[in-house]
Ligand binder design. Structure first.
Ligand SMILES: Cc1cc2nc3c(=O)[nH]c(=O)nc-3n(C[C@H](O)[C@H](O)[C@H](O)COP(=O)(O)OP(=O)(O)OC[C@H]3O[C@@H](n4cnc5c(N)ncnc54)[C@H](O)[C@@H]3O)c2cc1C
Length: 389
């Protein structure tokens, strides 16, 4: 594909679609029976070792009370595929990013990603089954929003990742904007361990820890919050957390989506920030998702469930949840943090443009210093205004 594009991978989904065309095998049905198994071949001096246990991989958590509801294996993958595709109307009208990220008992998307990642499900087979459904319905959605469109996003990220040196880092990655992200371990740990004080964000991070899977838009919210929305922490740090905890963790897709969500590549509208309060509320005003994954808030009245720090103390006592003791206060104020992030990104974008993408370590250091000075000046000004007022 890169050859068709002058040696470089296409950087937009639409140009990827144009170059990809239809798969050559699309019209010939794939066999679902295995006719032979490839021989193991010469393994040289390598020993074939045992499959390591989860403890050996460092994942054991004896205290975990809720495990992922998604069972592994090919039979489970095929069962899930059949169930997802049995509702032809649902398949035909599938439209992302529509869909409710807060629905967890029956998720709004297929949850086939872990099976694709581990090779329990063939993406070609999935594609062909979708084409079979489309043939039998009057109308269906199209890429990028359709289900086939989702599979093509996967291939889009594989193609760009393959053709981009240093795709998984900011430095030396020619498609990645150079941004002076902060490094703040305390905030990073609060995010990772679901202690940001924003119930919508924390509930998603608990779902990640317990289930290893969250809806696409939920991933958007927590990735935006960590990077360009609130905490201004490097996307590589968030990528590492996802890499370790997602059951569908996939090198190309994970890095690609973190580049996207942090406005480092592919998507550049950094003024569009997900609110950690109103976004989830739109889908789930009662906060059922929060109540499930953060049971400490289960008795908080719905008026306060997305902003429990605003609840009067009497309500907090009645709900058995004192903010600042049983559940944290917000680690940042969203209004001022998001404003600050926008300002920093605007300056970083201007620098990238001025230097034509050739931003070096020293340039980033200077910009970081300037941003800090501006921030100090701003807070001195605010303090003075307060004193005068
Ligand atoms: C920050 C962030 C990190 C992510 N990391 C991963 C990851 O490590 N592994 C992973 O598989 N997906 C990742 N995604 C993409 C997406 O969220 C998941 O693929 C999707 O939620 C999986 O659920 P599903 O199988 O029900 O998807 P469906 O909507 O049912 O889609 C079917 C399949 O299409 C593919 N797909 C869907 N959305 C995307 C997308 N945006 N990019 C690439 N392929 C897509 C997946 O293989 C998915 O299984 C990430 C998204 C974000 C925002």
């Amino acid at each position: 594909m890169s050859e068709k594009n002058g040696g470089r991978p296409p950087l937009s989904y639409q140009s990827f679609l144009k170059l990809a065309g239809q798969p050559s095998w699309a019209s010939s049905p794939l066999s679902t029976t295995i006719s032979w198994l490839p021989p193991v071949g010469d393994v040289g001096s390598c020993e074939i070792s045992k499959v390591p246990t989860t403890e050996e991989l460092g994942y054991a958590d004896a205290g975990q009370d809720e495990l992922t509801p998604f069972k592994g294996g090919e039979s489970e993958a095929l069962k899930r595929l059949r169930e997802s595709l049995s509702d032809k109307e649902w398949v035909a009208s599938f439209e992302k990013p529509k869909g409710d990220p807060s629905v967890f008992l029956k998720p709004a998307t297929t949850v086939l990603s872990p099976y694709l990642k581990f090779g329990c499900l063939s993406s070609r087979y999935f594609y062909q089954c979708l084409q079979d459904v489309y043939k039998n319905v009057k109308r269906h959605t199209s890429p990028p929003v359709s289900l086939v469109g989702q599979l093509l996003w996967r291939d889009f990220f594989y193609t760009v990742a393959f053709g981009t040196p240093n795709f998984d880092q900011m430095t030396g990655n020619r498609i990645c904007k150079q941004i002076p992200w902060n490094s703040n371990d305390e905030l990073l740990v609060a995010w990772r361990e679901a202690r940001t004080g924003y119930p919508w964000i924390d509930a998603i991070m608990v779902q990640l820890q317990k289930w290893g899977w969250m809806h696409h838009l939920a991933r958007h919210c927590v990735a935006c919050f960590l990077t360009r929305g609130d905490l201004f922490i490097h996307w590589e740090k968030g990528r590492d957390v996802f890499e370790r905890l997602l059951i569908d963790a996939d090198w190309a897709i994970n890095n690609g989506n973190w580049l996207w969500l942090s406005c480092s590549s592919f998507f550049y509208q950094y003024n569009r920030i997900y609110s950690p309060i109103s976004f989830g509320k739109k889908y789930d005003p009662n906060g059922n998702y929060i109540r499930h994954f953060l049971p400490i808030l289960k008795d908080m009245p719905k008026e306060y469930i997305y902003e429990p720090w605003t609840a009067p103390l009497s309500i907090q006592i009645k709900a058995n949840c004192i903010i600042g003791k049983d559940y944290p206060k917000p680690v940042v104020s969203h209004d001022s943090a998001s404003k600050d992030c926008r300002r920093k990104l605007s300056e970083a974008y201007a620098l990238n443009q001025k230097l034509n993408g050739q931003v070096g370590e020293a340039d980033l250091k200077n910009l970081r210093r300037k941003l800090e000075e501006d921030q100090n000046q701003e807070s001195t000004k605010r303090q003075k205004q307060k004193l005068v007022g």
